[in-house]
Design a protein around this ligand. Structure first.
Ligand code: ADP
Length: 481
């Protein structure tokens, strides 16, 4: 029975990728056979800096010696060198599939793939991504003829299991199909020429294995990026090679000792749509620095306001930004982690319209009464549901309310919720059931989702998991993938 299911899976995998996976041992075969070492392949280059870490070379194989820590694995390279590597930089050889190809961008959305290809601006530049329809793949291709634009083609499969873009040219696997169209346009807007180069590598969970304390002498501070609630934020370089953002906390602004304990947990939270906490830097008699991943376009709120003209006519992109935030929040929800201050000002934007949630959980360590008590001038009243206004009762469902307000901020390109109403006026009206109006030109389906987030009782609000599925469904309904 198990063998039959495995065979079926193998057929699907083999036909898409052209790779033959090795079957796992059957229960009765495995007993005496030696355990097969786990072999991984590097998806990115990684430069080891701290002692005990090991460099990775893209496409090279490594044997895993220990994967007992989630984010840093001990591996051995072909020359016998042993050390720790970030586990999100490698993929098991047997399940590598399309990920070995530079043109495969996994679950990048239609909108982000368009941003990426337009940014490259090269005729015939292409990527293959997972379609929003489960199990299918889409080819996104950039052409300048007759004007610069991106075309999207579903990769289809015929009854024989062959893949094709145009029925006349069928191939046994997707790599074969890509190869064919590299030499023949075969009905496409252009021959496939290059895939985007220079794609940013993901952040690692901490800057080295088992490390969340950062040596101040390893940090070079550069220009100021902005300033906020806690102090000034500056760009920085760690050990001359990794870009970071450094939040220099104001004296007395947070309960540092408690936060330091929490930081150990927070460095382990890792998701594409969360700003990675690298660690903290503490110096004698000075407030701490919080060191995070650097995001080149700064806060989502300012980004929306700066690009209102181009963004307001691209509802698909706005919805994609909301879906990205929702994915990050669904991860926090899964880990029982409450944000407490979700808003567009606390999300950041990277290249290719990548959006990440920042500052999660930080609110608990703020010492300022004006921020922590619901009557305070800095308390985010306009993002707070009735149970927070009344009893300061935070939960993932209070984050969901705030998420609805964030969606509203995105679809108004950064307007202030409830306009000029004061905090007291808003608190009073929200408790009476008032909600924000539908932003101009926002799809009804999208506004319906916001309204669900603003259900008076927390238990009537959807979870982030459900919200994510709903929003992906809405995007399929109003956009063509
Ligand atoms: P605070 O939490 O003290 O209120 P913020 O996190 O709002 O400070 O940061 C203030 C500003 O600094 C942001 O609006 C943004 O422009 C910039 N900034 C903060 N973190 C980063 C980062 N990781 N990458 C790039 N810019 C950042």
């Amino acid at each position: 029975m198990v063998k039959m299911q495995f065979d079926m899976l193998v057929n699907v995998f083999r036909s898409a990728t052209g790779i033959q996976p090795t079957p796992p041992p059957m229960p009765d075969e495995g007993a005496s056979a030696p355990v097969k070492p786990k072999v991984v392949v590097a998806l990115y280059n990684y430069k080891a800096i701290e002692t005990g870490d090991l460099s990775l070379e893209k496409n090279q194989e490594y044997e895993v010696l220990s994967d007992s820590q989630e984010h840093w694995w001990k591996v051995k390279d072909a020359r016998g060198n042993v050390g720790f590597i970030p586990s999100n930089y490698v993929k098991e050889k047997e399940s590598l599939g399309l990920q070995q190809y530079d043109w495969y961008v996994y679950d990048m959305s239609r909108q982000r793939s368009e941003s990426l290809l337009k940014h490259e601006d090269k005729e015939g530049c292409f990527v293959v991504r997972n379609s929003s329809t489960r199990g299918l793949y889409t080819l996104s291709l950039y052409t300048k003829i007759p004007h610069p634009h991106v075309k999207h083609y579903h990769i289809k499969q015929n009854a024989r299991g062959e893949f094709y873009l145009s029925e006349k040219h069928c191939c046994n696997s997707i790599p074969d199909l890509i190869n064919y169209h590299k030499h023949n346009s075969g009905g496409l807007a252009s021959r496939l020429k290059t895939s985007p180069h220079d794609r940013p590598t993901p952040a690692t969970a901490g800057l080295s294995h088992d490390k969340w304390e950062i040596d101040p002498s390893a940090l070079v501070l550069l220009e100021e990026l902005g300033s906020g609630q806690f102090g000034v934020v500056r760009k920085g370089k760690w050990r001359g090679s990794i870009d970071v953002a450094v939040k220099m906390m104001k004296e007395g602004s947070m309960s540092e000792e408690d936060f330091i304990d929490e930081a150990k947990v927070m460095t382990k939270l890792q998701h594409t749509n969360l700003v990675q906490l690298y660690g903290i830097c503490s110096m004698k008699n000075r407030p701490i620095y919080i060191v995070t991943e650097y995001m080149r376009h700064g806060s989502l709120l300012n980004y929306l306001r700066r690009h209102e003209q181009s963004l307001s006519i691209n509802q698909g992109l706005l919805l994609d930004m909301c879906i990205q935030v929702c994915k990050g929040m669904a991860y926090l929800e899964r880990h029982n982690y409450i944000h407490r201050d979700l808003a567009a000002r606390n999300c950041l934007v990277g290249s290719e319209n990548l959006v990440k949630v920042a500052d999660f959980g930080l609110a608990r360590y703020v010492l300022d009464d004006q921020y922590t008590s619901s009557g305070g001038t800095k308390f985010p009243i306009k993002w707070a549901p009735p149970e927070v206004l009344n009893y300061i009762r935070f939960s993932s469902k209070s984050d969901v309310w705030a998420y609805g307000v964030l969606m509203w901020e995105v679809f108004t390109c950064g307007k202030m919720p409830y306009g000029r109403l004061t905090n007291t006026e808003v608190a009073e009206r929200v408790q009476r059931g008032m909600i924000l109006e539908r932003p101009q030109s926002c799809y009804k389906e999208v506004y319906d989702v916001m309204r669900k987030c603003w259900s008076h009782l927390p238990e009537n609000r959807p979870s982030f998991k459900i919200l994510k599925e709903t929003l992906i469904g809405v995007s399929q309904g109003i956009l063509v993938d």
